[in-house]
Ligand binder design. Structure first.
Ligand code: SF4
Length: 356
């Protein structure tokens, strides 16, 4: 990998950016913009007209969810709730239903909350300053910066996973990215790299480079526009992270009450799946025989195995029975929808598994 003469490839302290000469930065910015004008992902649906509402929705959806998963759901969402007012005045159940497949339903509720505040307190206009944005439900420093850059094209330092990876490699920053030293280091580098104008273009370009060339794992340095200024010695090992905590295995038991073609569910009151329809926990109910369906899914540092047991006898009054057709349109968490699809005798339920 060739390097520019002004670049010193010694390991640099992360909080110092003295090694970044203005000439290096200008050269890197120019190469990046030229590359982006040809190879940028211009067809992403939330980039088509830079509508602030579209940016707001996409930023909530993209938290912890991949672009590929988000695209079809984003399109469906914009058809269902074409404006921030449509979203603000919608029923929560309708919103949870439209969110299905994206997981982490608390994001949908916070997006709804943010829309209500924007309509009530800001006349439906998405604020243009960081301080006001950060006060909205579900909007932290990253999302506020992303809205400033992508929606309003105003100065902002946007640091998502892709941009962090590109800049930590480009500067060969070796401090773990999840430590305060690493965060300070990457912030200092980003502040130097981002110009005071064209935030939208630069953030998009760095993001696209991280998504297509400087990818997790082995980057394609030979086709990278930043190659001539890049300091990375062993890019596949960057950014560094603190050692991972061990995954803990858990088992949860759910009850299957099936009567005359109906499956009985309850509406969750718990914090994890509040408002969504779920199979009830088995609790102290005595199951009949072995589990009839089983799945394993990850959540944060846990690997959860969910087992469903058939239960005979009276159906608790808090449960409601649904036909397979009704289940299709019922908001429910992805793991519950998946396991319902695996219950052998629930005619039509397998079809519901495909919806999420
Ligand atoms: S792809 Fe390679 S050359 Fe480009 S920024 Fe990443 S590590 Fe550097």
């Amino acid at each position: 990998m060739p390097y520019e003469a002004t670049v010193d490839k010694q390991k640099n302290p992360s909080h110092s950016v003295d090694f970044l000469s203005i000439g290096t930065i200008m050269k890197a910015r120019k190469a990046l913009l030229e590359w982006h004008s040809v190879h940028g992902r211009k067809s992403l649906p939330w980039r088509l007209n830079h509508s602030p509402y579209a940016v707001l929705v996409s930023e909530f959806m993209l938290q912890q969810t991949t672009v590929t998963t988000v695209i079809p759901r984003f399109r469906a969402w914009m058809e269902h709730f074409p404006s921030i007012r449509d979203l603000a005045f919608a029923e929560e159940q309708e919103i949870l239903s439209a969110w299905e497949g994206l997981g982490y339903y608390s994001r949908a509720r916070r997006l709804h909350g943010a829309a209500k505040v924007i309509v009530t307190d800001h006349d439906g206009v998405i604020p243009k300053d960081l301080e006001t944005l950060i006060k909205l439900p579900g909007i932290g420093p990253y999302t506020a910066a992303a809205i400033m850059a992508f929606a309003h094209d105003m100065p902002a330092i946007v640091l998502d996973t892709n941009i962090t990876r590109v800049l930590s490699r480009w500067s060969n920053m070796n401090d773990p990215i999840d430590t305060s030293l690493g965060k300070a280091g990457i912030n200092a580098i980003a502040k130097k790299f981002f110009p005071h104008s064209e935030s939208r273009t630069f953030a998009s370009a760095l993001m696209d480079l991280g998504a297509t060339i400087c990818t997790a794992g082995l980057p394609e340095c030979t086709t990278c526009p930043l190659q001539k200024t890049c300091r990375a010695i062993d890019p596949a090992r960057l950014p560094k992270k603190s050692p991972r905590s061990v995954t803990t295995k858990l088992v949860e038991y759910r009850a299957c009450f099936q009567r005359e073609g109906l499956l009985y569910l309850e509406q969750s009151r718990g914090p994890r799946w509040e408002g969504l329809w779920i199979l009830p926990e088995l609790g102290n109910v005595k199951p009949v025989g072995r589990s009839i369906a089983q799945i394993t899914y990850p959540i944060t540092r846990y690997s959860v195995t969910m087992k469903v047991h058939k239960v005979e006898g009276g159906v608790p009054s808090r449960l409601r029975g649904f036909s397979a057709a009704e289940l299709l349109f019922l908001p429910m968490p992805s793991p519950i929808r998946k396991i319902i699809g695996k219950i052998p005798s629930m005619s039509g339920c397998r079809e519901t598994a495909n919806k999420s």
